[in-house]
Design a protein around this ligand. Structure first.
Ligand SMILES: Nc1ncnc2c1ncn2[C@@H]1O[C@H](COP(=O)(O)OP(=O)(O)OP(=O)(O)O)[C@@H](O)[C@H]1O
Ligand SMILES: [Mg+2]
Length: 343
């Protein structure tokens, strides 16, 4: 319904009053005249007040109710717009409701995003688990169907079933790590330790695997014997294992991996450099995402699930450290991060 403007109401009121007053002057007794004048004045004043209230409170409140109902029903992007004629209280209330709607819509969007991430994660996990489980099942079925009697087939099939079971195990422990880290369940135990000797041990343990791929892993020649850092030794060993493992896996025949740790002021800079296949520029930022692999086929062939760097990132974040990646396709990749130096 369209409301009359304040000016129209005032003019109507003035005209009515003038009309009534002149009419009463002309024909009626004094008392009746006074009564009519008072009555008409009060009636028009009441009408005027009602019209004003309607414009400044009732109609804006009606609009507010309609929009809040719409917001409650899911139209979270709707906002209340009150006319300038609305009272100050109504303006304030509309602003408060708009603010509340803004906050609710931000929260809802964040929840939707988390839900999407969660369901993508579950889909990825199921997909990754399915492959090794089906393989183990397939090899065992073939063996039970008679291949067990054929020594040429039985051994390689058992080896394949075994390596798939191992892969399943590695995948599950990565998943458990990720979920413990992300739910904040993982407690780090900080202490001082010698990162140079951890690197030395790792280089030795990983040498066999590197040699199988004709890759040479070594400690930087200039590394000091004692490079003390402050952090969770076990978790940082896991970080270094993941990074050296990648440097070996994504390398080329006769490639090299050089690891180093050097003190600079209050920090120790740890570096793992390889002469491998490198990472395309536009994908460098993505390699820390869960399940992200540059070349899915190559990664799977070398037993990767794309969880290694997500775990690395989480553990380093818990050490207030960030990873830097420098990479050039066909030339190699250098990964660096800093740790707090110890005495
Ligand atoms: N040093 C590297 N050189 C080239 N590419 C790399 C290197 N490190 C990581 N990548 C790329 O980043 C991807 C993600 O690495 P990440 O360690 O998270 O997973 P993964 O090695 O495939 O599997 P996982 O570590 O779980 O066994 C790899 O699949 C690979 O494509
Ligand atoms: Mg990896």
């Amino acid at each position: 319904m369209k409301h009359p403007s304040v000016a129209t109401i005032v003019w109507t009121w003035v005209l009515v009053v003038i009309g009534v007053v002149s009419l009463s002057m002309w024909a009626l007794t004094d008392r009746t005249q006074t009564f009519i004048v008072v009555f008409v004045t009060i009636a028009t004043a009441a009408f005027l007040l009602a019209a004003l209230l309607r414009r400044s409170v009732v109609q804006p409140l009606h609009d507010v109710r309609e929009i809040t109902t719409a917001i409650a029903e899911g139209a979270t992007s709707e906002r209340i717009v009150v006319p300038a004629s609305a009272s100050e209280e109504v303006h304030r209330m509309a602003t408060a409701i708009n603010r509340m709607a803004e906050k609710a819509s931000t929260d809802i969007n964040e929840l939707r995003r988390l839900e999407r991430v969660r369901s993508e994660f579950v889909a990825n996990v199921s997909h990754e688990l399915r492959t090794p489980i089906f393989s183990v099942q397939g090899y065992l079925e073939t063996l039970l169907d008679g291949a067990l009697e054929d020594p040429d087939v039985s051994r390689p099939f058992l080896e394949k079933a075994y390596s798939n079971a191992m892969r399943l195990n590695a995948l599950l422990s990565d998943l458990i790590d990720i979920s413990r880290i992300e739910s904040g369940e993982l407690r780090l135990s900080f202490r001082y330790f010698n990162v140079a000797s951890v690197l030395q041990d790792l280089v030795q343990t990983m040498e066999i695997r590197a040699t199988q791929r004709s890759v040479h892993v070594q400690l930087d020649e200039s590394i000091h014997e004692d490079v003390m850092v402050y952090g969770d030794k076990e978790r940082l060993t896991q970080v270094l294992t993941n990074l050296i493992d990648n440097a070996i896996k994504y390398n080329v025949p006769n490639g090299r991996v050089v690891v180093s740790a050097r003190r600079q002021g209050d920090e120790v800079i740890v570096r793992i450099a390889d002469t491998g296949i490198g990472i395309p520029k536009e994908q460098v930022a993505r390699i820390f995402e869960r399940f992200y692999r540059v070349d899915k086929d190559r990664s799977r062939a070398v037993g990767g699930t794309g969880l290694g760097l997500a775990i690395v990132k989480h553990i380093l974040e818990a050490h207030q450290s960030t990873v830097h990646v420098e990479s050039e396709q066909g030339v190699g990749t250098t990964i660096t991060f800093t740790l707090r130096a110890g005495e």
